[in-house]
Design a protein around this ligand. Structure first.
Ligand SMILES: Nc1ncnc2c1ncn2[C@@H]1O[C@H](COP(=O)(O)OP(=O)(O)OP(=O)(O)O)[C@@H](O)[C@H]1O
Ligand SMILES: [Mg+2]
Length: 276
């Protein structure tokens, strides 16, 4: 790859995505991920978060989605020229929403399956044993369950396995889609602690999609908030955590401390116009 000294591992510039030739999901979205950092991408249901990740990893085509305009650059190079599996080999892993694992395979077989795509990278032509220890060092629970079928793992363990499957490729950039989905607060906390450790110890950059803004901003360096296919607010994680709108709409800290939906807030439309 082009080793041009760029500070950004990922640069998304003004992209538009259209599904089935009619549904416009992204409307001029731009964001960047500085190398070695965790960037949170927040927003409510249907905002276009998963679509953004699919536009990066090349999975849009599987759903009749089209990157109609704009550009995505990974390590300074356009991703348009690469197939999804080539991007994985170049160090870009996508952990999809809903913990996709092979339920009929054991934990270890799931990890092995992930390495098949990696011939020529980190596996010495597919000969070397995959680095299970790397995955098990972050997820000791998976080591205990390594001979068990993935379908029998708990939701949290399946999420660990989904992240483990990405990790075995020793990625430079992980796209993580809602790791907290359906998990208890305790498990969410555990998984986010591991995400922060992987970033800190291995320097792995991450684009972290979440509806749970509180946990995401606790580990992220910076973040973006999107609505209706584009970014409406961005800034450092600290700034976003303190931003009045973010606190009100996404952290559930409006007025009397009770959680509020932004639909209930009268001045939302005015503010939103001002933000867009
Ligand atoms: N395969 C598809 N075909 C048609 N429309 C789609 C498809 N996938 C997503 N969309 C539409 O694109 C928009 C963005 O969807 P997306 O899944 O990116 O949102 P999201 O922010 O990830 O939401 P959630 O938080 O619910 O996962 C939505 O209006 C959705 O209905
Ligand atoms: Mg989604």
């Amino acid at each position: 790859m082009n080793q041009q000294a760029t500070d950004f591992v990922l640069e998304i510039n003004n992209i538009e995505v259209i599904y089935n030739k009619v549904v416009q999901a992204l409307r001029g979205l731009s964001l960047s991920v500085p190398r070695g950092q965790i960037v949170a991408l927040l927003g409510s249901n249907g905002a276009g978060k998963s679509t953004t990740l699919k536009a990066v990893s090349g999975l849009l085509a599987l759903e009749d989605g089209l990157l109609a305009s704009g550009s995505v650059r990974y390590n300074g190079q356009s991703t348009a020229q690469y197939a999804p599996q080539q991007l994985v080999r170049l160090g870009l892993s996508h952990v999809m929403e809903g913990r996709r694992v092979f339920e009929d395979l054991t934990v270890e077989e799931n990890l092995i399956a992930s390495t098949y795509a990696l011939t020529g990278r980190n596996t010495q032509g597919g000969q070397a044993k995959p680095d299970f220890d790397l995955v098990y060092s972050y997820f000791p629970r998976l080591f205990e369950r390594r001979k068990g079928l993935a379908g029998y793992l708990s939701g949290g363990e399946q999420q660990m396995l989904a992240i483990g499957r990405a990790l075995i490729a020793q990625p430079e950039l992980i796209l993580l889609d809602e790791p907290s989905l359906g998990l208890s607060p305790k498990l969410t906390e555990d998984i986010f602690a591991i995400i922060a450790r992987i970033n800190a110890e291995r320097g792995t950059s991450m684009l972290l999609v979440e509806q749970n803004a509180t946990v995401a901003l606790a580990v992220a360096h910076s973040g973006y908030i999107m609505e209706n296919g584009k970014i409406v607010i961005d800034g450092s994680a600290e700034r976003l955590s303190q931003d009045a709108d973010v606190r009100e709409f996404y952290l559930g800290m409006g007025g009397g401390g009770e959680a509020k939906s932004f639909k209930d807030i009268k001045h939302y439309k005015r503010r939103k116009r001002w933000l867009s």
